[in-house]
Write a protein that binds this ligand. Structure first.
Ligand code: TRP
Length: 485
């Protein structure tokens, strides 16, 4: 086993926690979580999300950090090494591969949204939101997303700034930024919650977030207004618990590879999960009061934060200042996550392709940039069907099945669903199986160094039985009701 990683090491335990919180806290907490909660009916969704977070996500996060620290390499090579150590098939390396691919796919749209966030820094700073009505704010948003050139420019800038940090490595890039960003981020969020608490929509928001309505969790109203049973909200809640913790795709494994032997994995994990949950709930408490005070639709989808928070900034004292600062911090949160999204693949290229870190970063940057273009067209409402039509002009649509529901989705919707709700839970499940069933018990115990033997046994049994079964059951029920998913 390698003693250290060739890519470097975190300078302290606190730095590892900060970096991992940086990876975990991102657009998922402040952009994705609120809009999903809005779409899937609020508190019952949150309840399932929290259960998944603590009972499935946390044990898997410990497993992922442990795997990384034992393998000390990029996810694909770590899985390879550990499988050989356990005397099993080297095919386990494909688990690392799946994660790296999911990371690049996620980053391709993450970067487009982060680009929108960057553009909003300037909107806010120029006072564009001041005294705007909610419909004014909505049209600022729709004007912006209907311009592909704008989106492309910001997407490009975001990819470039991300790649610069990754190219500079663990110490110079990440550590320096995160020391400042994370604490500042929390302070600002609290100020915004403070603002939300005074607004008249606050109690409605609290009810929405914390009083469960289980009907909304298992039924959807279909296009013709009829209620149907569905497993989708539960699948989405579980998928989001993986997404928000950055699990199931090797990013946490890559960060674990840079972690010192002496650090307690369980304590570090608990700190990350608690902080991540706190940020998501605070974001909900900041956003939904504004939604309800301004009669906005909580189910308005991915555009939610761009159409709600600016209203508050436009109306509050010092809104130009707070608004710009908020979008700056959101950008920083997205930035630290984006870095973690590419790190595994860059590390793999350096190890296995023997290229320099800078070259590896440039290549990955180009791939992600190209993929992102498809997401840009999603923001402007272009569906898969529209894209295919460009290439298959003149064909009879019905014979090639283009009328199916699948094709009426955008690239963003398909990639988001496939990565978050399928690849990440599947990746997490396979990691749990690997630690629970494949690795030698002594290797696991030696690496995890949990002081209480009982806790370690409990954790191992969760990984062995509970996590794989839970993911499997949720998958199966979703497949059984595929018509609704
Ligand atoms: N957790 C990130 C967020 O909440 C998104 C994410 C998913 C991620 N998988 C990741 C970030 C892997 C870094 C690495 O926004």
């Amino acid at each position: 086993m390698l003693k250290t990683s060739i890519h470097g090491a975190w300078s302290s335990r606190a730095m590892f926690v900060l970096a991992t919180v940086g990876a975990a806290v991102g657009l998922g907490n402040i952009w994705r979580f609120p809009y999903l909660t809005g779409e899937y009916g609020g508190s019952a969704f949150i309840l399932v999300y929290l259960i998944c977070l603590f009972f499935i996500g946390m044990p898997i996060m410990m497993a992922e950090i442990m795997l990384g620290r034992r393998g000390r390499q990029s996810p694909a090579n770590t899985m390879y090494t550990l499988a050989i150590e356990a005397g099993r098939s080297s095919h386990w390396k494909y688990l690392g591969w799946m994660g790296m691919i999911a990371g690049l796919l996620i980053l391709s749209y993450y970067s487009v949204i982060a680009g929108e966030v960057m553009a909003y820094i300037f909107r806010a700073a120029s006072g564009a939101f001041t005294h705007q009505t909610s419909s004014g704010i909505r049209s600022i948003y729709s004007d912006f997303v209907s311009s592909p050139e704008n989106l492309l420019a910001w997407h490009t800038i975001f990819i470039v700034v991300t790649m610069i940090v990754v190219a500079r490595g663990v110490h110079e890039g990440l550590e320096k930024t995160l020391r400042i960003v994370t604490p500042l981020f929390f302070i600002l969020l609290l100020i915004l919650v403070g603002y939300g608490m005074q607004s008249k929509g606050f109690s409605e928001a609290v009810t929405f977030l914390f009083r469960p309505d289980f009907q909304k969790l298992i039924y959807v109203v279909n296009d013709s207004g009829v209620r149907e049973l569905t497993a989708k909200p539960i699948l989405v809640a579980m998928g989001h618990s993986f997404f928000t913790l950055s699990l199931g795709m090797g990013a946490i494994m890559a960060y674990g590879a840079y972690l010192g032997r002496e650090v307690s994995i369980s304590h570090a994990t608990l700190a990350v999960v608690v902080m991540d949950t706190l940020v998501a709930l605070l974001a909900g408490l900041a956003i939904f009061p504004i939604v309800f005070s301004n009669q906005l639709d909580p189910a308005s989808g991915p555009g939610l934060i761009f159409q709600t928070l600016p209203i508050a900034f436009g109306g509050m004292a010092g809104g130009v200042f707070f608004g710009s600062l908020f979008f700056i911090l959101l950008f920083l949160a997205a930035w630290s996550s984006a870095i973690a999204l590419v790190e595994p693949t860059v590390a793999w290229m350096v190890e296995s392709r023997r290229v320099t870190r800078v070259k590896a970063t440039v290549w990955i940057g180009i791939i992600v940039w190209l993929l992102g273009i498809a997401s840009i067209f999603s923001a402007t409402g272009t569906t898969l069907r529209d894209i295919l039509l460009i290439f298959m002009h003149g064909l009879d649509l019905d014979t090639i099945g283009l009328r199916q529901k699948f094709f009426s989705q955008t690239f963003f919707e398909v990639v988001d669903f496939a990565t978050t709700n399928i690849m990440l839970p599947l990746g997490g499940m396979l990691m749990a199986i690997f630690v629970g069933w494949v690795m030698h018990r002594e290797s696991v115990r030696a690496e995890i160094n949990v002081r209480h033997g009982d806790l370690c046994t409990l954790w191992m049994s969760i990984l062995k039985y509970v996590s794989p079964l839970a993911v499997l059951i949720i998958f199966l029920s979703a497949v059984g009701l595929l018509g609704n998913v």
